[in-house]
Design a protein around this ligand. Structure first.
Ligand SMILES: O=C1C[C@@](O)(C(=O)O)C[C@@H](O)[C@@H]1O
Length: 252
C-alpha cells in the first residue's frame, strides 16, 4: 500500500488526517482565516479557490496560493477549484480549469491539487502529468450532492480514479438513509481491503453522514475535512472535536 507524504504529513498511515478548507473571497479574508488556524487541529489546509473573487485571473490565483503557502509555512496546502457541477462555486470551462490547475502546479504554489474526475479526460490527464512532473500529489475527486450511488458503483469509481493515476482517490456522496451511509462505508472498506494500492478519502455528507467523517480509521479513509470557523460542505465537524473523536476511536 502506497502512502502519500507532503511536508512531513503522511496520508494512508496512522490516524486520518484533518483537512481544513479556507473559503475566503479575497486576500484579507483568506489571511484572517489562515491566522485563525493557529493552535487548532489542522494537518492540511485546503484553499477552496472557487470562492475567490479573482478566480478568472490566473496570475492573481497563483499569487494568492503562494502567499497562503508562505503564511502556512510547514503545513501542506491543497489547491481546490470546485466547479458548480460538483457542488462548488466555480463556473469555469474545462480548458480554463486545466490551465488554472497547471499554472498553480508549475509555479510550485501548492503541495497537493484536487482534480475532479468528471472534468474532460484530456484535462484530467494534463493536470496529472503536470503535477507528477513537479512532484505535486493529486487527489482525483467526485461529488454526488443529490444522492448515494450503490456500493458497487462507488467501488468502481474509486477503481477508475486509481487507474487514471490519482495519488489519492476521493468520493463524497449525499445520503438519504442510513443504508446510504452504510453503502459508502462498505464501499470504502471493500476498496481498501480488496483493490486499493493507495490512500482513499470518502465521506457521506450532511448530518446523517457525520459518522463517516470520524470513522476513517475503521473503514479506510485516510483524511477527513473539518472546519475552523466556516464549513465548506454540509455535515463538517469542528476540527478540534474531530481530533478528539479520532483519538478516542484509535484507542486513546
Ligand atoms: O471535496 C471536498 C470534501 C467536502 O465536500 C466535504 O464534504 O467535506 C469539502 C470540500 O471543501 C472538499 O473539497
Amino acid at each position: 500500500m502506497r502512502t502519500v507524504t507532503v511536508k512531513g504529513v503522511t496520508l494512508g498511515e496512522g490516524m486520518p488526517k484533518i483537512v481544513v478548507p479556507l473559503t475566503g473571497a479575497d486576500p484579507d479574508q483568506l489571511a484572517a482565516q489562515a491566522t485563525a488556524l493557529h493552535g487548532h487541529a489542522v494537518d492540511v489546509v485546503e484553499w477552496r479557490a472557487d470562492f475567490f473573487t479573482r478566480l478568472g485571473e490566473v496570475d492573481a490565483v497563483v499569487d494568492q496560493a503562494r502567499s497562503l503557502g508562505d503564511q502556512l509555512a510547514g503545513t501542506p496546502l491543497l489547491f481546490t477549484c470546485r466547479t458548480r457541477a460538483e457542488g462548488g462555486a466555480a463556473e469555469i470551462e474545462d480548458e480554463d480549469y486545466g490551465r488554472l490547475n497547471t499554472a498553480v502546479i508549475d509555479a510550485g504554489a501548492a503541495d497537493l491539487v484536487d482534480v475532479e474526475y468528471r472534468r474532460s479526460p484530456a484535462v484530467v490527464d494534463r493536470v496529472l502529468a503536470a503535477a507528477h512532473a513537479a512532484g505535486v500529489a493529486v487527489i482525483v475527486s467526485s461529488h454526488d450532492f443529490d444522492g448515494t450511488p450503490s456500493r458497487g458503483e462507488i467501488v468502481a469509481r474509486l477503481q477508475a480514479m486509481q487507474e487514471v493515476g490519482a495519488d489519492i482517490c476521493k468520493v463524497a456522496v449525499m445520503p438519504h438513509s442510513v443504508a446510504d451511509v452504510l453503502a459508502l462505508l462498505d464501499a470504502t472498506r471493500t476498496m481498501n481491503e480488496q483493490f486499493a494500492d493507495r490512500p482513499l478519502i470518502t465521506m457521506s455528507m450532511g448530518p446523517l453522514g457525520t459518522i463517516s467523517r470520524v470513522a476513517g480509521q475503521v473503514f479506510g479513509s485516510a483524511a477527513t475535512f473539518g472546519m475552523v470557523g466556516t464549513a465548506s460542505a454540509p455535515g463538517q465537524v469542528d476540527a478540534d472535536d474531530l481530533r478528539t473523536v479520532l483519538r478516542v476511536l484509535a484507542g486513546g
